[in-house]
Design a protein around this ligand. Structure first.
Ligand code: GLU
Length: 289
């Protein structure tokens, strides 16, 4: 199989050094393997996406010396595919509609002691199960205005063994190689994750899993911050009958205080380095490539 990898930015802000490292590393690894480097624009969250950011992403990546195949996959154009995947999970009783707000979840998940935060999973506060029905089902499509959640206990019960994957990078605690994970803790530690956000028709986990398969991604190369959510995506691959890529979670680029760079750290925008007269070679050196 041809080594195929991707860089999958969300056009919700400028690319910073962390993105540059991820994109350059993925492109370098593809070139080294004689493989393919693809782009995917993860633009499902209309409340945060701004049109200008996508154009800026292309300019920044081209300036860094990267090239990619055309056409670029854009998630906003793939809602029909996500709908079909959701329907197949719904038909198997694995999804349920949920109308809880974030505030409802916080309130229901906290202990009676005021101020005690609900347990946090890799995907946010763990859902306490408020809307989960005893028997799944009901007419498709479910009411608009509801999110769709995966019934994690049912989903895990479809597995006949541990989740396994090949990690060529490493997780935050150094886990690497052939990894084996007991899926049972996902029920308590991740809970019923959202697969379609209210009014959005999909969620990060569903879209990323379906799209990695659609793009024929053999190697997912991305930051270590996404290591903890990988089991959710492996479970979705299993449920949807999709192939499993190799994962390579890379180190994170941190600021001087040791904090992971985030989009709000405007000072680190690639464009600003370029405007200051730095070269793509300088950026490579700054990120240690
Ligand atoms: N769109 C995600 C981000 O910008 C990356 C998703 C992934 O690589 O799996 O963080």
């Amino acid at each position: 199989m041809t080594f195929t990898t991707r860089f999958a930015p969300s056009p919700t802000g400028p690319l910073h050094l962390g993105h540059a490292y991820s994109a350059l590393l993925a492109s370098d690894m593809a070139a080294h393997a004689g493989g393919r480097f693809l782009l995917r624009i993860e633009d499902i969250d209309h409340s945060r996406v701004r049109p200008g950011w996508e154009a800026q992403i292309y300019r920044d990546l081209a300036w860094l010396g990267l090239s990619w195949e055309i056409p670029v996959m854009r998630q906003s154009e793939r809602l029909g595919t996500y709908h079909n995947a959701l329907k197949s999970l719904w038909d198997r009783g694995l999804l349920f509609p949920c109308t809880c707000t974030r505030r409802d979840i916080k309130a229901a998940a906290s202990t009676p002691q005021e101020g005690v935060a609900p347990p946090m999973g890799p995907d946010g506060p763990v859902y306490p199960g408020t809307c989960r029905p005893d028997t799944p089902g009901g007419p498709w499509p479910p009411p608009p205005g509801a999110a769709l959640r995966l019934d994690m206990a049912r989903a895990v019960s479809t597995l006949d063994g541990p989740l396994t994957w090949q990690e060529t990078g490493a997780g935050p605690s150094g886990k690497t190689g052939a990894l084996v994970l007991d899926p049972q803790p996902l029920i308590l530690e991740c809970g019923d994750v959202v697969l379609a956000r209210r009014g959005m028709g999909t969620s990060y986990h569903l879209a990323v899993t379906v799209d990695d398969a659609a793009q024929g991604i053999s190697h997912v190369i991305r930051g270590r911050d996404l290591f903890a959510v990988t089991p959710i995506q492996l479970l979705l691959q299993h449920l949807l009958g999709l192939p499993q890529p190799v994962y390579h979670h890379h180190r994170l680029i941190r600021d001087v205080a040791g904090k992971r760079l985030a989009k709000r750290d405007n000072a680190r925008a690639i464009r600003l380095y370029r405007d200051e007269g730095r070269t793509p070679g300088d950026i490579r050196r700054m990120v240690g490539l």
